[in-house]
Write a protein that binds this ligand. Structure first.
Ligand code: ZN
Length: 152
């Protein structure tokens, strides 16, 4: 193999690598929660070209996590009720997220007033045009704290 050939192989590899890097795109989303047991968004839209979602959950209230804690959990709308029921039975300190449960597509920890938390998840867990719901899985919250996530 000539050194010229090695160099051209190297350039070809670089060219093949560059588009893959350019295609990776992290999209940031923020959602607020409060002491009135509400999210400030009923819908979150993720563009089709996002490969990762960086979601920041803020709690703009003042009540501590033990009283009015919130988290952000993503699942399919079909699994919402069953997952919310299962999560609601978990003790405080578990973040109300069942471990290793395939119905959980993404989940944050529970936060209290004045706190925020960020989670990152790949959009490979989502199907374009799928029916997804995000909710707070703290017991008793999900009927008020939920919304749609749209990907694509
Ligand atoms: Zn909540």
């Amino acid at each position: 193999m000539s050194s010229k050939h090695v160099v051209s192989c190297f350039i070809a590899a670089l060219l093949a690598w560059a588009p893959l890097q350019a295609a990776a795109k992290t999209c940031s989303v923020a959602i607020d929660s409060n002491d009135a047991m509400q999210f400030d968004k009923k819908e979150i839209r993720i563009a089709a070209d996002c490969t990762q979602v960086k979601l920041t959950l803020r709690h703009t209230g003042a009540l501590p996590a033990e009283v009015m804690g919130h988290n952000w959990v993503l699942t399919t709308t079909a699994n919402l009720e069953a997952l919310a029921t299962a999560a609601g039975k978990l003790p405080a300190g578990s973040d109300h997220v069942p471990k290793g449960d395939a119905r959980v597509l993404a989940a944050s920890k529970v936060i209290g007033g004045g706190q925020s938390t960020t989670l990152t998840f790949p959009t490979s867990v989502l199907r374009k045009g799928g029916d997804y719901t995000f909710f707070c899985s703290v017991p008793g919250h999900w009927s008020m704290m939920k919304g749609k996530l749209v990907f694509g």
